[in-house]
Design a binder for this molecule. Sequence first.
Ligand code: SF4
Length: 324
Amino acid sequence: MSPLYPRQAPPFKVHWNWELSLACNYDCSYCGAHKEDSPCLVLPVERWREIWEGIHAKYGCCQVRFAGGEPTIYPGFMELVGMLLERHTVDITTNLSFDVDEWVAKVPAQGIAISGSFHPESMTAEEFLRRLLALREHGDRLVSACMVGYPPHLGQLERTRLLFEGQGILFKIIPFSGVYQGRRYPAAYTEPEQALLKAQVAGSRDPLGQAINKQWQDFAAAPEDDEQRKKLKGRLCRMGELYAKILPDGKVLRCCHPEAGALGRITDPDLRLYDEPRPCAAEQCSCWKAMLVGSYESQVDRLWQSPEHPARACGIGSSAGAAP
Ligand code: SF4
């Protein structure tokens, strides 16, 4: 059945960024997202089914990207993912602390990408790689890995990148955003640290990984008044039309920036996305992959990929790959 409101612009598919909860079973020293006591909407899987069937009726097959917090500790998470995969495709950013054997037994292997987030304070790179490979080897799950460029961890970045890339795994380097030794990053990266990061990006073996890493790093290094990347107020953006962010309490935003626009609640049967690009209302964009009309189009293949749905329910616009 055709969706009620098909998307008219590439990637012709809505990307939902679902921050299920900010809770995490790790306590990494560099993490600013982890908050145990933040409100979190917990619903039975059957209620979520109603909600995501309603979204499918409006927009067709969507890409649902889980972020957090650690999404896999959400109650009934494997059942939730299995239900979503009936109609949508899924990408999960996870620390891989879950039981991989149980996951392989319970969660379908098609239409899903795993974006492994490596945290060296909690797991060795070798164990993390073992888990990622186990997920890749069973079925056709797409996998990638990432690591935060936290200053005390920069010394192990190259070894870790080469370990993962040696297995053909796309490796992303996330600029550290936060305070270390009283200095606010990423602006506080020293020249040697910047040179090290640049060398790691230039050394990325996968051309897609290199392009993603460079764009992310260039955004992090750009000054606050950069009119191409950060001072975007008033510019037409397709976030809110092709992308939306679901917060842990169920509130739906146009994008990650709370000032850019709110769309309603995920439980609202009348929830609607914009049907056209709208001017950005935020003083300063915080997203390195904003969907600015006139520039995002050339980046769709690079930044807005998603797995194929096994039933081809996604129709046009989907392509294999793990999106950043
Ligand atoms: S330009 Fe940035 S802040 Fe504004 S709507 Fe787009 S992504 Fe959001």
